[in-house]
Design a protein around this ligand. Structure first.
Ligand SMILES: Cc1ncc(COP(=O)(O)O)c(C=O)c1O
Length: 373
């Protein structure tokens, strides 16, 4: 059948028997009344640590909470300054505000779309922050991760890495999560490892930080009715843990399929005023999204053609953080070279999800090529 429509993301393309196996185990979970905590959560945390290479993984309610837990676990306090990229998802900014600290937005590099070491150094020297959140977007990672980690350490800046989009991404041949002081992720359904609702996790190799994170996301509990900290309820659910445990069996195949889709676009969309961008040589990306860059003046026309062809698309993200109307009351400062703003107008994300088919990819490619013909 001829393809006439391609969604931006399809969340219902599961492996054979995935759904049946999951539902069978849900039934058992209900029979055993394992609603909060229990073996599914323990198995998930063990699997997450193994898969990411970090020593400790602590499940929590979502990726935004994971950042808040990480900020608190490393000791960020009220009124302190935290650097965040000007190009990220709003949750990174929000998390800083929600722990009572002040964000300073720092521009990204126009080519890599991530922080580079020079701008990071300028920001540290200018704002003397307590912490910084290095966000690895698009399933890529900052090419300067090593240099940024080193500069942060030398200057006593606590570096948190927001890996919401990069579960499975490697940097210099190693899991980006495993080598961070503290990393966070989101299992929002659209992520490469997605739950069927909200969930997240914090990763670290530091036992004390891991323990604080665990206490914070469980009402500051040191025992069932003893509370050593004021935390909140950010526990991961058993049902979501079960779903993620099943999903982890297939994570390698899912990433491979996503990466093949991006490679297909790269091979078939050539010689156009649109370029499929990839991460730097130091990074093995996870295929989270297909990122095309196009002259801003040409983007609306292409979007129109995609819409006419019933092809879903994204613009991740359509505005810099410092320009959000909610930012003004909290923004302590910014470094703005106009790059985040440029990227927000130039980026166009093509359909990319696990098990997208070749006819679907061919339909997208044909539509884009015909638009420019
Ligand atoms: C970069 C980034 N940070 C944080 C989050 C927040 O995760 P969640 O939606 O699970 O709270 C997301 C997810 O959308 C994200 O993409």
């Amino acid at each position: 059948m001829a393809i006439e429509k391609v969604p931006f993301i399809a969340l219902n393309r599961f492996e054979n028997s995935f759904k049946e196996n999951f539902l069978r185990d849900v039934s058992e979970l209900i029979d055993n009344t394992q609603f909060v905590g229990g073996p599914q959560v323990a198995t998930l945390e063990k699997q997450l640590a193994e898969k990411s290479g970090a020593q400790f993984a602590v499940g929590c309610a979502n990726g935004t909470d994971a950042i808040q837990i990480a900020l608190r676990a490393v000791g960020v306090e009220r009124d302190q300054v935290v650097l965040v990229p000007d190009m990220t998802f709003w949750a990174t900014f929000e998390a800083v505000v929600n722990v009572g600290a002040y964000p300073v937005t720092v521009d990204v590099n126009r080519q890599s779309c991530h922080w580079d070491i020079n701008t990071f150094k300028d920001a540290v020297d200018q704002f003397n922050p307590k912490a910084a959140i290095l966000v690895h977007l698009y399933g890529w990672a900052s090419p300067d991760t090593e240099e940024i980690r080193a500069y942060a350490k030398e200057n006593n800046v606590l570096l948190i890495e927001d890996c919401a989009q990069c579960f499975g991404t490697n940097y210099d041949g190693q899991s980006i999560i495993a080598t961070a002081l503290i990393a966070t992720t989101s299992f929002y359904p659209a992520k490469v490892l997605g739950a069927s609702g909200d969930a997240g996790a914090v990763f670290t190799n530091d036992e004390e930080i891991a323990e604080t994170a665990r206490v914070l996301c469980n009402h500051g509990r040191t025992d069932h009715y003893s509370h050593g900290l004021v935390g909140w309820n950010s526990r991961i659910g058993s049902y979501e843990s079960l779903f993620l445990n099943h999903s982890l069996k297939y994570i390698d195949a899912r990433l491979e399929s996503r990466l093949a889709a991006i490679q297909y676009y790269q091979d078939h969309l050539t010689g156009l005023p649109l370029k499929i961008s990839r991460s730097s040589d130091r990074v093995n990306e996870n295929g989270y999204c297909a990122v095309a860059m196009i002259e801003p003046a040409l983007r609306a026309g292409l979007i129109n053609s995609l819409q006419l062809a019933n092809i879903g698309f994204g613009t991740i993200y359509p505005g810099a953080m410092s320009c959000q109307s909610g930012a003004a009351p909290f923004l302590k400062g910014k470094i703005d070279h106009g790059n985040a703003d440029y990227i927000s107008k130039a980026v166009l994300n093509l359909p990319c999800f696990a098990y997208i088919t070749e006819p679907e990819l061919a339909y997208v490619v044909k539509t884009v090529n015909s638009h420019f013909a």
